[in-house]
Design a binder for this molecule. Structure first.
Ligand SMILES: [Zn+2]
Length: 261
């Protein structure tokens, strides 16, 4: 009789997916001199039976969708004064909150800072560019204005991304960043958060090679909002964070549709 010898092999690129390599083992007799081989083959087959069908191929793992969250300011740079709080603390809290919302939705999240650390714009861009991210969001907050101020870099778009100076790397990504801003705008508007769109020079984002926006959260001052406008309003904070998470879910599904076409 013929047996199939099965070797279990972890695929090299990902521990999550595995595959079988099959080869025929030739004649295996049940003679006493080869009884050990027969038992080994039986054990291999039993192991296969226990672990599922032999020829089932695990589906290719979806590529990691990486989001960079950049909590602006930090350390010596306190940012704006927001009531009793510094902007640097507000942006860090929002980054942490958004990170957990995104991780619960299957995103890989890279943050530029996890503590009250001083970080230069170049270091932020370096972290973002190293992450090879599909979306980058720089988080700010302000007392003035209303709702969310949504910014895209004011660099003029360029087509050729091969030899971009570091300080203007974002120029090759402007069109993607504008699309991403459109998705963020829709999600915030859907959550009835007022949005103001703008283009401006953004020292960290201008050096980033990813679809990138800056978000500046201001108190909600829409006419139908209840009570005094405050950045500390937990309902408002939750709506902003959930809308940003929803925007990234939409951005990810658009990216997957693009890839399948
Ligand atoms: Zn700021």
């Amino acid at each position: 009789m013929r047996w199939i010898e099965v070797m279990w092999r972890e695929s090299s690129d990902s521990g999550a997916s595995s595959s079988f390599a099959l080869r025929t083992a030739g004649q295996i007799t049940t003679g006493s001199h080869n009884r050990r081989g027969w038992f080994r083959a039986m054990a291999a087959l039993l192991a296969i039976t226990a672990s599922g069908p032999i020829f089932a191929q695990s589906p290719p793992a979806a590529p990691r969708f990486v989001v960079v969250l950049d909590a602006a300011h930090g350390g010596d740079d306190t940012g704006a004064r927001l009531g009793g709080e510094a902007e640097k603390a507000y942006t860090l809290a929002l980054s942490i909150r958004l990170r957990s919302l995104l991780m619960a939705r299957g995103f890989a999240v890279v943050t530029t800072r996890e503590s009250d650390a001083t970080l230069e714009p170049d270091s932020r861009a370096q972290i973002a560019n190293h992450a090879n991210a599909q979306a980058c969001i720089s988080l700010h907050a302000a007392e003035s204005g209303s709702g969310v101020h949504l910014f895209v870099s004011s660099l003029a778009p360029v087509q050729d991304a091969r030899f971009l100076p570091w300080k203007t790397a974002q120029a090759a990504w402007i069109m993607r960043s504008l699309s991403f801003a459109g998705v963020v705008n829709s999600a915030l508007s859907h959550a009835t958060v007022p949005v103001t769109l703008g283009r401006t020079a953004l020292p960290a984002i201008d050096s980033m090679s990813c679809a990138a926006v800056a978000i500046e959260v201001a108190p909600e001052r829409s006419t139908d909002a209840q009570g005094p406008a405050s950045l500390d309003d937990p309902d408002y904070q939750a709506r902003v964070a959930n809308a940003l998470a929803a925007a990234l879910v939409e951005w990810r599904s658009q990216a997957r549709e693009d890839r399948e076409q």
